[in-house]
Design a protein around this ligand. Sequence first.
Ligand code: SF4
Ligand code: SF4
Length: 445
Amino acid sequence: MRFPLALSAKIAGHIIKHRLKRTPKFAMVLQLEPLHTCNLTCTGCGRIREYSTSLKDMMQLEDCLGSAAECDAPMVSICGGEPLIYPEIEALIEGILEQGRIVYVCTNGMFMRRKMRDYLAAVYAPTLEPKLEELLAEKLITEKEAAKIRASDSSGKPVIRPSEWMYWNVHVDGLEYTHDLIVEREGVFKECVLAIRMAKILGYQVATNTTVYKETDMAEVEQMFQYFSAMEVDGHTISPGYDYDAAKKDMVKRLGKDPQEFFLTREMTREKFANIEEWGQRFTIFGTPVYQEFLAGKRELTCTAWAIPTRNIAGWKAPCYLMTDVTKTKGHYPTYAEMLEDVDWESFGVVDGEARDPRCENCMVHCGYDPSGALGTCYESGDNWKNFKYNFGARPAIDKAGLQVEAHNGCTIGKGHLAEAKVAIQAEGECCDSKPKPAEETAEA
Ligand code: SF4
Ligand code: SF4
């Protein structure tokens, strides 16, 4: 099956339960931000600029677990900031799994291998030796780290264990050259690949999470999916980048750039996602086929931001993951129920091409529109069957062509903009390692 049966059944059961109860609005995915601290400063990320990134400003573990129980979403996406910096991340994941929910740990991948070594140390027994040998052979751990795992006495320590109900959701916006450019640091892509490989060897489920920007080369994204398909990655989230306030301000202030150079309009999104349905057949893409039709410009949907609420240290964020509105809403609410009740949801989103709020005009992001496809808010005959067939259908075969993809295509200099990086590379006349410089044609400026 495309996705594990128990998980698809859990989500379907949640929707059916609320339809029978005629609940007007309910949560499908909780975006939980226990902290906003991050070790990276990716271009286009408004999170680390909108909120305090001090480690002092983080949610208590009980609040995190309470929020998941409060909105009762079947899926919890732990994001941030970098959630693996959260000091109680192991207990948080364990607590949410104990509540019977599906967990996505949205990470930039830089601390994953450390967390998996902690897991190995906690469960080490001589029967694990073949796994350690495999990790050593692929240089995913060092001899020193293996010795530490063997000698460890951390068996009672909470760790992040492989689970059918948990996914590492690794942020990758392209192949090496592009990804390192966007995250504004060399070596991040390489580390993500190593972490993904280690996770697959240890039996974790892994997904990737990609944002598409104006200068994203969709042929490269396709290659990236092929590459990760060959690595037997379990799923992909892909969403258009959108110029929400915090990200826009960062562009102007920090990088001195016009956000229009970077983010997508609706029309551009449709062009970029023209092949998304075909990709949905070839790769394990999360998101309903109805949302995919919307992205490809074949139909309209209305925003259902209430179905993917965001909870962080300031409260329940209104109206959505992207926008904190203090003109029509209180910005943050103490409870999910209060937010549902108080926000005039009809004043947001785009209906039949008309933006009800100018800030929503170019938004087609998955946290606003993907649930619309699952909840049938713009139902067209056959949608339910389409969604059922997609979720419960066969998993796409591994794309062997991915083995030929030159994913490590060089690293970049410059800050988050391909044109700028090209100029910097030409000026310096060298790249950061011995890998060949990326071909001109891959750097669509
Ligand atoms: S890793 Fe995530 S939270 Fe950190 S800067 Fe990048 S996008 Fe933002
Ligand atoms: S359309 Fe929905 S998700 Fe997008 S910015 Fe507006 S309220 Fe937020």
